[in-house]
Write a protein that binds this ligand. Structure first.
Ligand code: NDP
Length: 323
């Protein structure tokens, strides 16, 4: 894999103070969140930038000198940070926890793509003269990953989506847009579950009228009743978009006894260097086909890369950078 010259430490966590002092001449990209130290996006995007530059004569490459950084930004500082990112010439940003939903209300986000509006969340900001365009590539990345990694077409699929946070919003909207047959939503807190279900019903009124969007609570009694009945249809795709599993020793949101060989499981968590989640381990032990969040991370990044640079993303290089 091509390597970057050692002049920019792109793995260092930077802060709002670093941004205030920012004086890099060449174009920059960044992911912002809190926490952010664990993010693999800089590694993936810097590998992609290096590969694209290596493919052309360096001086001729439109992304020569571009670098991708990581910043830890508090939610209360989001507007100030976005104003600075724009002032300092950043070409684009990725947003992660806790900024995906908040960003849509920022005055610096001047326009929102249809898919970000449908999701009520943005994981990508693309520079414009007057601010940023908010977009959501999480959902499209998820759909692409389940097609490639599990062999499941979102169109016509029966899906159980666990979680109602920023990531689940993009995934749910993309599944409905792609024409899934049923979408069961479940979440620990009923308020967030209701908010997601309402948002999706508003964005996809015809699908909602057709009864495609359904929900169940994650308390043990309702969850177990739902899982034992029609929720886990034959061949259903079960997606863990909760953050349960991120910590070593976390239990699975699906009790092991519900897994069957005909089910498909994706845990969108990306867990480098740690053992896989109980959700995936138990699903696989029962014979279900499984995949983790690396495919989704790669594809959402590839779609963002294309928007920021106008160039096709070197997907195999990005995927290799996540291994
Ligand atoms: P949010 O904080 O926005 O949402 C977290 C979700 O997890 C909520 O639904 C929350 O439920 C649920 N949750 C948290 N703790 C528990 C628990 N103990 N028991 C049950 N449910 C719980 O996070 P995101 O949506 O941004 O991220 C969710 C996951 O997706 C993370 O693992 C993240 O790393 C991953 N991700 C992966 C991506 C990829 O490209 N592969 C992209 C984006 C995210 P409640 O509402 O009740 O709090």
């Amino acid at each position: 894999m091509p390597t970057l010259p050692p002049d920019d430490d792109t793995e260092r966590v930077r802060t709002l103070d670093d941004l205030r002092r920012w004086c890099r001449d060449a174009p920059s990209l960044a992911v912002i969140g809190k926490p952010i130290a664990h993010s693999r996006s800089p590694r993936m995007h810097n590998a992609a930038l290096a590969a694209v530059v290596a493919d052309a004569a360096p001086a001729a490459s439109p992304v020569a000198g571009w670098r991708y950084f990581k910043f830890e930004i508090e939610p209360a500082d989001l507007d100030a940070a976005l104003a600075l990112f724009h002032e300092k010439g950043f070409r684009g940003l990725n947003l992660t926890l806790p900024h995906k939903v908040l960003a849509l209300a920022s005055p610096l986000v001047r326009a929102v793509s249809d898919r970000a509006a449908a999701a009520g969340a943005a994981n990508v900001l693309v520079r414009r003269d007057d601010g940023f365009l908010g977009d959501n590539t999480d959902g499209a990345g998820f759909v692409r990953s389940v097609a490639e990694d599990l062999g499941v077409a979102a169109a016509g699929a029966d899906v159980v989506l666990l979680g109602a946070g920023g990531a689940a919003r993009g995934v749910g909207a993309a599944l409905l847009d792609a024409g899934c047959r049923t979408l069961w939503l479940a979440n620990r807190s009923p308020e967030r579950l209701r908010a997601l279900a309402e948002a999706l019903r508003k964005s996809f009124p015809e699908r909602a009228a057709g009864g495609v969007i359904r929900e169940f609570a994650m308390d043990a009694a309702e969850r177990d009743g739902a899982l034992a009945s029609a929720v886990f249809a034959r061949g259903a795709l079960v997606a863990n978009a909760t953050s349960l599993g991120l910590r070593e020793g976390d239990p699975s949101p699906v009790p092991a006894r519900f897994w069957r060989p005909d089910l498909l499981a994706i845990d969108i968590a990306v867990f480098g260097g740690r053992s896989e989640t109980a959700f995936l381990r138990e699903a696989r032990a029962a014979g279900a086909r499984t995949t983790d969040g690396r495919g989704m991370l790669c594809w959402q990044g590839a779609l963002a890369f294309g928007q920021w640079t106008g160039l096709p993303a070197p997907v195999p290089v990005m995927r290799a950078a996540l291994e």
